[in-house]
Design a protein around this ligand. Sequence first.
Ligand code: ADP
Ligand code: MG
Length: 348
Amino acid sequence: MAEGTGMRPIAKETIHKLCSGQVIVDLATSAKELLENSLDAGATSIDIKMRDSGLTSITVTDNGHGISPEDYETLCRKHWTSKITSFEDLDGVTTFGFRGEALSSLCAVASVTITTATRDSAPMGMSLEFDQNGELVGRTAVARERGTTVVVSGLFARWPVRLADLKKNSRREYTRLVGLVEQYSIICDGVRITLSNQTARGAPVVSVRTPPQSDRLTRLLGAFGAQLRPHLVHFEFKAENVSLEGHFSRPEGGRNGSDKQYFFVNGRPCDLPKAKKLVNELFRGYCPHKYPVFAIAVEVKGSVDVNLTPDKREVLIRCEESVLLGLKDALVRVLEPDMNAFSVSGVE
Ligand code: ADP
Ligand code: MG
C-alpha cells in the first residue's frame, strides 16, 4: 500500500447512504419498519399493501395519531425521533422504534411519500414528498381521515446489486414478511393488521388478516392454521425475574418446517436462537424429524438490550439462563407429565 495516502472524512451524504443500506437491507425489513411505526402511533387498524411483493411499492396505511405539521420538515431526518431523547430513555422504551433511522434510510434507498392527518386537521391532511437525503421537497393538501399512509416505491432502484438480489428473492422475502407480520398480529392485542400482495396480473392476495376483537388464540390459529387447534397447549411459567406464557404444539401437531416458531420478549417479536434450539431439541425427543409450532411471550424485568442489530431482532437478556431453564421446565410439563423422565442438552 502506498505511504501517505492520507485520511479524510467521508462526505455526509455518502455516510447517509452507507448507513442506510445497513438499516434497510431488504423488502421485509422495509415493510416491518413501517408497520412498527404505525403500531407506535397507536393505530388499531393497519393495512400493508405490497405491489409485486414490494418491488414496485410498499404502502402502509394506519389510523394512528398522525403527524403534526411542526414535524413535517424533520420527519425523515436521520436520528430525529419522537420516541427517546437520551440513552437512559432506552431502559424504559416501550415503542418499537427509537433510533429515528427507518424513514431517513428508506429515503436514501427508495422514493418516499407520506400522507398524514391528525385529529385536529382531519378531514384534511397533507401529502409530503422527501428527497434522498430525507429533506421535505413537496407538500400538497389532501382529504384524509386521521392517520398516516407511507408509500415506498422503487426500493433499491438506485442500488443495482441490491436490486438484482431483491428481484431474485422477492417471493422468498415476501414469505419472510408474512411470518413477521403474523408475529405482530399475534402479539398486538386490539390491532387489526392485514397484509396483501398484488401483481400486475390478478386480484390482490391477502396473506394476513387479523380477525377484529379476537383473542390471542384466535389470532394464533389464523397464523398457524385452524387444524392445529386440538394440538395446541397453553402454558405459563413464573419465576422471580422471568415469566413465560404461550401456546405450544404437542407432538401430534408437529410440522415439517420450523417456520411457525415465534418468540416475543417484553412484547417485541424477536429471535432467541438458544431458546429455539432448546425447544426443538426437546420436541425431537418425542417427535423425531418434526418441529413444533409455538408463540411464546417472555417477560423479563429490566436488563434487556434490544439495541444490538439494526432490525432489533436480536436481544440480549441478562437473565437468559433463567429464561432457558423456565422454558425447559414449562415445556417438559407440556410434553411429558413425568418431568424427570428425560434430560435435554442446550442449557448449561
Ligand atoms: P423511530 O421509529 O425510531 O422514531 P422512524 O424513522 O421510523 O424512527 O420514524 C421517525 C418519526 O416519524 C417517528 O419518531 C414518529 O414521530 C414519526 N412517524 C413515523 N411513522 C409514523 C406513523 N405511521 N404515524 C405517526 N408518526 C409516524
Ligand atoms: Mg420507526
